[in-house]
Design a binder for this molecule. Structure first.
Ligand code: GDP
Length: 508
């Protein structure tokens, strides 16, 4: 029998402590034995790629990865999401492949812009959230203020599971509210080294706070948490080892195992025998000499066995997956078997795309993996006109990876790219140069936003496209797209053409 799975992501604003927490979860989960290894490994890996110099310069991570560890008989799959303020669809899509998330908040800063944005994506998918208020070893905001802010800004019930006894200079430990045990700091480093105490004497002020909190906040309710209506809140310090063990226990005890996934013709239950999964991310090989890609597939049902043939729904022939990759924290291991909730990397030469469903029989299709409306549009200007073909290949490749979107206008030869964050523009130029040897620049486009259009009556669609040819383009897959000068224009044409549907996202 296979062990239960917990597939989750950590969401946070940059600097809240995601990397530190990841490292400690892997450490406490027994996957690594030296703190610092996560970053060190990351840097080795990054050094291999030219375009990832951006990451090094900015000290950020543009790509996501997958880390697997086992603890207490449970297999944890941690999907990393870039924490930078600018992110691509990659981040959103990674969140479509998890069953739950940990939200890390800096105790001195509370809910920040990025936390909120990522939280909204989780809510869209009903992904339940465990909250971790980090850095209580430093002076932070009052505990009640933090809890109320989470409740107000995210419209969630909060249920404190642990309580900080002092913060910063007065920090004396973390009290577990259900067991009444306190974890104490020890030694000069003031770290947690296993020292606990039952029914401790607390300063009066803290005892009062706790009494108030227990009367004032919702008691933990596992079902409300799993429905995404309530978040259990843990306090701690990833740096000083307070919290990681609590979080592993919380994931084990409360976080949902793999759930049925939305699909057509019917949702797919993890118990189903047939192997199914969907690709939520495609990553070009770090080695610019090779054009191999790795498609990251989340397994949704069945037992995957190495060598198995899987068919991408809607296009392509069955592909035999001879060398799938599992992502263990220490190194990548070749997978022989994988189970629902697991992520496998499938090497391929560009046949697999983000949003693809893979299955043994090819009669299902997972839904709800949206293409997001690009928020920034730019015209690509080629500096060497003999490189048109290479440019097209590069833009198609990157669109396929879900890094950028590409639009080919009906009129004129200026291709347009769309991204969700500014940083993707730099990544694009840098990769064009390093991987495809194409020198290009970006210019403002005369458009501000894009909408995928459709209509029940083909005549209506044709009428619309004929009358608006100057604003029409095709996406990578040949779907018609209307490029608008402003959100206002979208509203305007929508009113004038009620039979045409304008979609800000395109589901695949
Ligand atoms: P990320 O950007 O969210 O991945 O954040 P990092 O894990 O890189 O942490 C950002 C900074 O906060 C680093 O300097 C960490 O050492 C520091 N940090 C992380 N966790 C804690 C904590 O619990 N206490 C304190 N005092 N600092 C922390």
């Amino acid at each position: 029998m296979t062990s239960p799975r917990r597939t989750f992501a950590i969401i946070s604003h940059p600097d809240a402590g995601k990397t530190t927490l990841t490292e400690k979860l892997l450490y406490f989960g027994g996957a690594i034995h030296l703190a610092g290894e996560v970053k060190a490994r990351g840097q080795n890996r990054r050094a291999r790629s030219d375009w990832m110099k951006i990451e090094q310069q900015r000290g950020i991570s543009v790509t996501s990865s997958v880390m697997t560890f086992e603890s207490g008989g449970i297999t944890f799959n941690l999907l990393d999401t870039p924490g930078h303020e600018d992110f691509s669809e990659d981040t959103y899509r990674t969140l479509t492949a998890v069953d739950s998330a940990i939200m890390v908040i800096d105790a001195a800063r509370g809910i920040e812009a990025q936390t909120r944005k990522l939280f909204e994506v989780c809510r869209l998918r009903s992904v339940p959230i465990i909250t971790f208020v980090n850095k209580v070893d430093r002076e932070g905001r009052p505990t009640f203020e933090l809890l109320d802010e989470i409740a107000d800004m995210l419209a969630l019930d909060v249920s404190p599971m642990t309580w900080p006894v002092g913060m910063g200079g007065t920090f004396e430990g973390i009290l577990n509210l259900s067991t009444n045990q306190i974890a104490r700091p020890e030694g000069d480093s003031r770290t947690f080294q296993g020292k606990t105490e039952a029914a401790p004497m607390l300063p009066d002020a803290v005892a009062e706070e706790i009494e108030l909190a227990q009367a004032g906040y919702a008691a933990f309710d596992a079902e409300a948490y799993r429905n995404g209506d309530l978040t259990p809140v843990y306090f701690g310090s990833a740096l000083k080892d307070f919290g990681p063990a609590d979080l592993i226990a919380a994931l084990s005890d409360y976080a949902p195992p793999p759930r049925p996934q939305p699909a057509e013709p019917a949702p797919v239950d993890p118990q189903e025998k047939e192997v199914t999964g969907f690709v939520f991310k495609v990553q070009a090989n770090m080695d610019p000499q090779h054009r191999d890609r790795i498609a990251f597939m989340r397994l949704c049902s069945g037992t995957f066995k190495r060598g198995m043939k899987l068919t991408p729904t809607g296009h392509g022939k069955p592909i035999a997956v001879h060398s799938p990759i599992l992502f263990f924290a220490q190194n990548r291991e070749v997978a022989d078997e994988a189970y629902p909730g697991d992520i496998i990397g499938i090497p391929n030469h560009g046949t697999l795309r983000v949003g693809d469903t893979l299955s043994e029989k090819a009669d299902v299709r997972f839904t709800g993996l949206p293409n997001f409306a690009p928020e920034i549009l730019r015209r690509v200007v080629l500096k060497d006109f003999t490189k048109t073909k290479q440019l097209r290949k590069a833009l198609d490749d990157m669109a396929e990876e879900g890094v950028t979107q590409v639009f080919y206008p009906e009129i004129g030869s200026n291709w347009i790219i769309g991204v969700v964050g500014q940083l993707q523009l730099e990544v694009l130029l840098s990769r064009l140069d390093a991987e495809y040897k194409v020198a290009a620049g970006l210019e403002p486009a005369p458009f501000d936003t894009a909408r995928w259009i459709s209509a029940e009556d083909p005549a209506e669609l044709k009428n619309f496209t004929d009358l608006n040819r100057a604003a029409m383009a095709k996406d990578r897959d040949g779907n018609p797209v209307f490029l608008a000068k402003s959100a206002w224009e979208v509203g305007y044409v929508q009113d004038r053409y009620p039979k045409v549907k304008f979609a800000a996202t395109r589901e695949r």
